[in-house]
Write a protein that binds this ligand. Structure first.
Ligand code: RUQ
Ligand code: CUA
Length: 624
């Protein structure tokens, strides 16, 4: 007998599941238990005494806050917020010249799926990548300064939700798009959706030396929605997988119309082959990009049927399997790379779509796993013993199971509705098996109430014993779409910015400070030090900047306190301007002095006992 695809959840069940998803009564779902830190032994597991540090860093995506939140694990203490796609007055991000330039025309972003750079499949502690679904961008942060180095506007695409998932040696990050659009976001009627719209996937590379992101090539995929992806490793190195939904190509009411077909697809692609095609000139140029069209350029892309509307797809640490979870099907499906390669080799296809052969489901499927009453599987993480941990959005729990047998090993309720979970070093080839954090979409009654909307919630789960134990819960700002946990000793952040004598904007001693006028531009080369600003040491009042109404003012400021954590701020009253200079750092901020008047300048970052005295004046002489 032929094995059937997971029992189709058509009509009726879609209705039930959809209403459960969106209108869940969290009090009736699953066994109820709360995070238990009351026992002494559990409290001790997360207690990090003063003077000692956490063992891991957690980098949690800040979703539509556009930021990244850094926590310590296991204490779950929030250590730092790093702005990536959104302005942040705490650090002056988005006001200083170079951060303004990084942000381009936007003031915010929707940060999904952070990913560490990898070497041989291990997090190497050098870089962190993330995407912006709202404004179709990609960013890279360096882990020496915890600051953003580059933001790339990804052309021809709209909403790279799938990313970032890096390949084993950070060769590529693949950014398939959530929203199909015509190339260049040009106008095309939705009646022409199937012919003019594309779900473009971008292969992005990072140039470490130049600290620059760039698109290498793109693939014009069908106008479907691409949801999550993961890169192969070990035996599947050179390959990657992406889930799709809306293969129905609905153009309205997606909630219903994109859930009609019993199956969608996983796009399985051979990026080494695609890379070769591009090298051989097998592409077309569209808006300056090298674009592969699968109907014309064959041999790099395949489709694997999967139960309808899958969400997460995760490659096992050994690189042998990929596991898809169906948000509308109560099952995880384990697929075998080895079987997929054999099927491709044998031409074991059931048809073709948009030039991509469809591999026979039976030939590649290893097993369907359907834990009793577990609903809404979304994402899977792994431990050091080969066990899988899948979040159940609807039944609000984490299910631990064995991908090689399908057996359910353990289940634990979480509060409530987990999206992703993240395991310590969980996306590397060697997860640590120590901690798992459930990233819950709904906190509801977990914390003191702050009105109708609550923070999101992260629950720390101890994986070291036979049974999973929820031992601590921490609130987090919207919205932890995903997170990664890295061993703290892999990072070596700098203590101060080193002197850079080649930087023409930097001044390191008082006698180099000066204010220069070039026409109607005024350039200030100043320093910040405990506890004063010196813009021009030779002037009668070194802490005053005097300009004419209408002048363009460019202030270069260097913090010459080469002393860890002695950060200064710089703000001008009534000017909507603020920046930060960290120890040793030089930053520039520019504005037009279009308001005549007297405006105090002050240091915004408490730096010394005389921080209040760290002030000056901007005097703008009226033009008449
Ligand atoms: S998604 S909750 Cu933005 Cu990673 Cu699955
Ligand atoms: Cu410098 Cu406060």
């Amino acid at each position: 007998m032929k094995k059937k695809l997971i029992p189709a959840l058509s009509g009726l069940l879609v209705g039930i599941v959809a209403s459960t998803v969106f209108f869940a009564d969290y009090t009736n779902v699953g066994p109820k238990s709360v995070a238990d830190t009351s026992t002494k032994s559990n409290a001790e597991k997360v207690y990090v005494p003063f003077g000692e540090q956490d063992e891991y860093y957690l980098f949690a995506s800040g979703g539509h806050s556009g930021q990244m939140f850094i926590y310590g694990v296991p204490s779950m203490r929030h250590i730092r917020t790093v702005p990536v796609f959104s302005q942040d007055s705490a650090t002056g991000y988005g006001w200083s010249d170079h951060t303004k330039e990084l942000m381009g025309d936007y003031t915010w972003g929707d940060l999904h799926h952070p990913a560490f750079s990898e070497t041989k499949g291990e997090y190497d502690g050098k870089w962190m990548f993330a995407t912006d679904v709202a404004n179709s961008r990609a960013a890279v942060m360096d882990l020496e300064t915890f600051t953003v180095k580059d933001i790339l506007d990804v052309p021809n695409t709209s909403g790279p939700h799938c990313a970032m998932f890096v390949t084993e040696n950070t060769e590529y990050m693949f950014l398939p798009t959530r929203f199909a659009v015509p190339f260049g976001s040009e106008y095309a009627s939705l009646d022409e959706y199937s012919s003019k719209y594309y779900g473009v996937m971008s292969a992005v590379q990072f140039n470490e030396e130049k600290e620059e992101l760039g698109v290498s090539w793109q693939v014009a995929l069908p106008p479907w929605s691409y949801d999550l992806s993961d890169a192969g490793k070990g035996p599947s190195h050179g390959w990657a997988v992406v889930t799709t939904y809306n293969t129905e190509e609905a153009t309205t009411n997606l909630e219903i119309n994109a859930s009609q077909a019993d199956r969608d697809y996983i796009v399985l692609f051979n990026w080494k082959e695609l890379e070769k095609m591009v090298a051989d000139g097998q592409y077309e140029e569209v808006n300056g990009q090298k674009v592969i069209f699968p109907e014309k350029h064959k041999g790099g892309l395949y489709l694997v049927p999967v139960a309808k509307s899958p969400h997460g797809v995760d490659v096992t640490p050994d690189g042998k399997y990929f596991i898809a979870s169906g948000k509308l099907a109560p099952a995880m499906t384990v697929f075998s790379f080895e079987k997929a390669f054999a099927a491709i080799e044998a031409g074991d296809f059931s048809g073709e779509k948009y030039g991509m052969p469809v591999i026979n489901y039976e030939s590649v499927m290893e097993r369907e796993v359907n834990p009793e009453n577990a609903l809404g599987p979304l994402h899977t993480q792994f431990d050091d013993k080969g066990m899988a941990y899948t979040t159940m959005f609807i039944s609000s729990e984490i299910v631990k199971w064995d991908p090689t047998t399908g057996e359910t090993v353990d289940r634990v309720p979480v509060q409530y509705s987990p999206g992703h979970s993240v395991a310590a070093e969980g996306d590397s080839v060697s997860p640590d098996g120590k901690w798992l954090i459930s990233l819950n979409k709904i906190a509801k009654d977990s914390y003191l109430s702050v009105g109708p909307s609550h923070p999101e919630s992260m629950q720390l789960i101890d994986l070291s014993g036979d049974k999973m134990e929820v031992i601590l819960s921490a609130p987090v700002n919207p919205e932890p779409h995903y997170a990664q946990i890295i061993k703290a000793d892999k990072l070596s952040p700098i203590e101060v910015y080193p002197k850079d004598e080649t930087n023409p904007d930097a001044v390191y001693s008082q006698d180099q400070t000066r204010i220069e006028r070039k026409g109607n531009e005024v350039h200030v080369y100043g320093i910040a030090m405990r506890s004063k600003f010196i813009f021009d040491a030779k002037a009668e009042r070194p802490d005053v900047i005097e300009v004419n109404e209408g002048d363009k003012v460019v202030i270069h400021l260097t913090n010459i306190d080469f002393d860890e954590d002695i950060t200064h701020g710089f703000a001008i009253n009534r000017h909507d301007l603020n920046m930060e200079v960290q120890p040793g750092q030089t930053e520039t901020i520019s504005f037009t002095a279009d308001k005549a008047g007297t405006f105090p300048i002050y240091c915004t970052n408490f730096c010394s006992a005389l921080h209040q005295e760290m002030t000056g004046y901007l005097l703008v002489k009226p033009s008449n």
